[in-house]
Write a protein that binds this ligand. Sequence first.
Ligand code: NDP
Length: 327
Amino acid sequence: MSDTIEKVKCLIIGSGPAGYTAAIYASRANMNPVLYQGEQPGGQLTTTNDVENFPGYPEGITGPEMMMQLQNQAERFGTDIRHGWVTKVDFSGEFHKVWINDEKEIHASTIIISTGASAKYLGLPSEQKYLKLGGGVSACAVCDGFFYRNQEVVIVGAGDSACEEAHYLSKLCKKVTMLVRRDEFRASKIMAERVKKTENIEILYNTETEEVLGDGQLVTGVKVFNNQTNEKHEIPATGFFVAIGHKPNTDIFKGQIDLDETGYIINAVPGTSKTNVEGVFVSGDAADHVYRQAITAAGTGCMAALDAERYLAAKDADFEVATSTYN
Ligand code: NDP
């Protein structure tokens, strides 16, 4: 543990569209925000290919490019952007305490949580085995699809993410088999239609994964079953992609702020970014299981910064020195 505690006016946790938008607004309001990027700097959009629905980009933009632009914009106004991972929080006292990488301790007058959500996996032992081995299981086609060029892959899921990823993979791979557990897609019609029209994507409805097959190092296939007939068969594949949704990254806040039963942070005052703890605000997917879009995340990031600014103004505390240290 560090014996020097850093005191900040506004600490932003997370670096997706929510965190960076909060940072832009907080910087421009002279709150001297410090932003910790977390494990995946840039957040989920860094694993997205084309973003075509964010206003202001008529030709579209790649996710990583957009995140770099947001980061540059936050830096332009003075946000202190740092690498690091928040490992513990204590919101019980006057100052909100946060520990970075189990070492550095920060006391913040306001906190903006923008920790987003993470990809879910099926949880099968064989899936986890090859995921840990780096042997052919992935939750990100854009990150890993390249490794499976001209090969055959399987993807699980039937939402917009699964459709987007299956379509992306179809451009690289010889064949993509899509496992849909019901007899219909959850995805929007346009996304589902695009997949259905793609020649090298085969869709298997009512089909679930029994086991990811492999040679001990690498994936070699997938054993599936039809959940109506219980018929089983094996599909040869070198890659197994999972696109079945996300889990909010809120474990470190358990017991500190109110979460719903699935772990999403609860907005204490609907229509604001306020949590049940004074001075702690939330933005983006960590509190949103409905919209989950970059634009909504950015919008709530703006709300969180404005709410934090108003909270500080109302407290009328002495925050002249934004980033000072004391022992
Ligand atoms: P969703 O929750 O929308 O879809 C998850 C999919 O995975 C569902 O089809 C679900 O099946 C399936 N699934 C869940 N668990 C399992 C399991 N154990 N085995 C097999 N299948 C399973 O998540 P997404 O990540 O697709 O989308 C999240 C949000 O992001 C949505 O609002 C979506 O619209 C949005 N989005 C928008 C994009 C765009 O516009 N470009 C791109 C990507 C996402 P079932 O249907 O049976 O429940």
